[in-house]
Design a protein around this ligand. Structure first.
Ligand code: 5AD
Ligand code: SF4
Length: 448
């Protein structure tokens, strides 16, 4: 019988895509996927450490496997991702969970196969974490599970050292992939029928900043958008200190590039932005939004916001509220500041009490939700183009997103996954839209 793998992923899109690479390794080794932990022969935890609750979540889930491992000693328990890459974390994990078989980091994902083979030959636990980033490995073919969407890495790591953030410590310095490798991967995806490509990096705007690629991000974006075929192109994450008009001009040149930018602002207060080492001001951020909307008045912006950063006053927090209203974000990921050992902010005086943090996050979430709801109402009665992505068994409805990332649900007799459809919106419910098919762009084209 074929052995089976099960992967548990925590954290960001970068991790989701890395799990696809882990799946690629395991499939090449002959494993098959199972959704069920009980049926698995190898379980991989792809962890995240960006906030304390992401870590606690993983700790809880790894701990819960103790019984299963006892019943099935041949089960391989593997822990990888950002958490194992944290200083001293493998020791903590080893002590807490002696039943872990293998640990590897974000910087040596390509070694997973060797580590599994090594573990099969020895009783002792295998731990291999690279200290520094090496050359980019181009041979890790991902097993993609999100058709018609595909993620493509353009950079790895981060050089920014925002004072609250652990990413530069666990993912190393920024490295850019060669443009020819990125373009070849995108061409292949389009030829295979993928309909949406998202270029991924911690700060896509600094692509090639070390001079290693002969191309900057705007030029890369232009090259990818020039690939023939019917597909949508997105990119994330943009950093406000580097986002610029050259990129917006490329967006204007290609209708394939969605008029949605994910531009994390983190705070609306200049004092907090400075303490966060973000290297832009509230005014610069707002001027970028203005510039973007001077090209595309319909452009939408999504963002990340942290509340309760050390020394954040009520006045600072209100500055964030006022910026949120001014930009009118399509949506926002909102976080309570989480102290990460090893970062500069962890040593700052003036940590904010939990009750104050909680109060601010609740007020902010309410504000963001009210903006999202208002935007939903505007969709009523309108038609929007949706890329059908999935089928929701529970609701018996197909679903997909519009240009601005809004989820639209609809009924269809035919499987429309991977096709562009035009929906007439009949109901707008908080963040989700419901509609009827007004047009199926694929079959209409076929009938031309
Ligand atoms: N605490 C809270 N939020 C954080 N983020 C990064 N580090 C922290 C932290 N220590 C948030 C930022 C970033 C997003 C991916 O996670 O908003 O943009
Ligand atoms: Fe973290 Fe800042 Fe880098 Fe984003 S840009 S990964 S927040 S250090």
């Amino acid at each position: 019988m074929t052995e089976k793998y099960h992967i548990v992923t925590y954290g960001c899109q970068m991790n989701v895509h890395e799990s696809e690479k882990i799946a690629g390794v395991l499939r090449r080794m002959g494993y098959e996927e199972t959704q069920n932990k009980e049926d698995a022969d190898v379980i991989v935890f792809n962890t995240c450490c960006i906030r304390e609750n992401a870590e606690n979540h993983a700790f809880g889930n790894i701990g819960a496997l103790k019984k299963l491992k006892k019943q099935k000693p041949s089960l391989l328990i593997v822990v990888g991702g950002c958490m194992t890459q944290e200083k001293g974390k493998t020791e903590v994990l080893s002590k807490k969970f002696p039943f872990i078989d293998i640990m590897f980091g974000t910087l040596n994902l390509e070694e997973l196969e060797t580590l599994i083979r090594q573990k099969r030959e020895q009783k002792k636990r295998v731990v291999k974490i690279r200290e520094t980033e090496g050359e980019i490995v181009e041979t890790l073919e991902p097993y993609r599970t999100s058709y018609p969407n595909a993620w493509v890495n353009i950079t790895y790591g981060c050089n920014n050292f925002c004072s609250y953030c652990i990413v530069p410590y666990v993912r190393g310095r920024e490295r850019s992939r060669k443009p020819e490798n990125i373009i070849a991967e995108c061409k292949k995806l389009v030829a295979e029928g993928y309909k949406e490509i998202t270029l991924l990096g911690q700060n896509v705007n600094s692509y090639g900043a070390d001079g290693s690629t002969g191309m900057n991000f705007a030029e890369l974006l232009d090259a990818v958008a020039s690939i023939e075929g019917n597909f949508r192109l997105r990119f994330m994450t943009s950093h406000p200190k580097d986002f610029n008009e050259e990129v917006v001009k490329v967006m204007q040149k290609h209708r394939k590039i969605m008029r949605l930018v994910h531009l994390p602002v983190q705070s609306g207060s200049n004092a907090v932005l400075q303490a966060m080492n973000r290297r832009y001001t509230r005014e610069k951020y707002l001027s970028e939004i203005k510039m973007l909307r001077s090209y595309f008045p319909e452009a939408e912006v999504t963002t990340d916001i942290i509340v309760g950063f050390p020394n954040e006053t009520e006045e600072d927090y209100l500055q964030t509220e006022s910026l949120v209203k001014e930009v009118d974000f399509a949506s926002a990921f909102t976080f309570v500041y989480s102290k990460r050992t090893g970062t500069k902010a962890a040593t700052m005086e003036g940590q904010i009490p939990e009750d104050v943090q909680k109060d601010r996050i609740m007020r902010l979430v309410e504000l963001v939700n009210s903006l999202t709801r208002k935007k939903s109402e505007k969709y009523l009665g309108k038609t929007v183009e949706i890329l059908c992505e999935d089928y929701d068994e529970k609701r018996g409805l197909y679903l997909g997103r519009d240009e601005f990332g809004r989820m639209g649900y609809f009924k269809s007799e035919k499987n429309l996954i991977g096709e562009f459809v035009v929906l007439k919106i009949t109901e707008a419910n908080g963040i989700s839209l419901y509609g009827e098919i007004a047009e199926n762009l694929e079959s209409d084209k076929a009938g031309e």
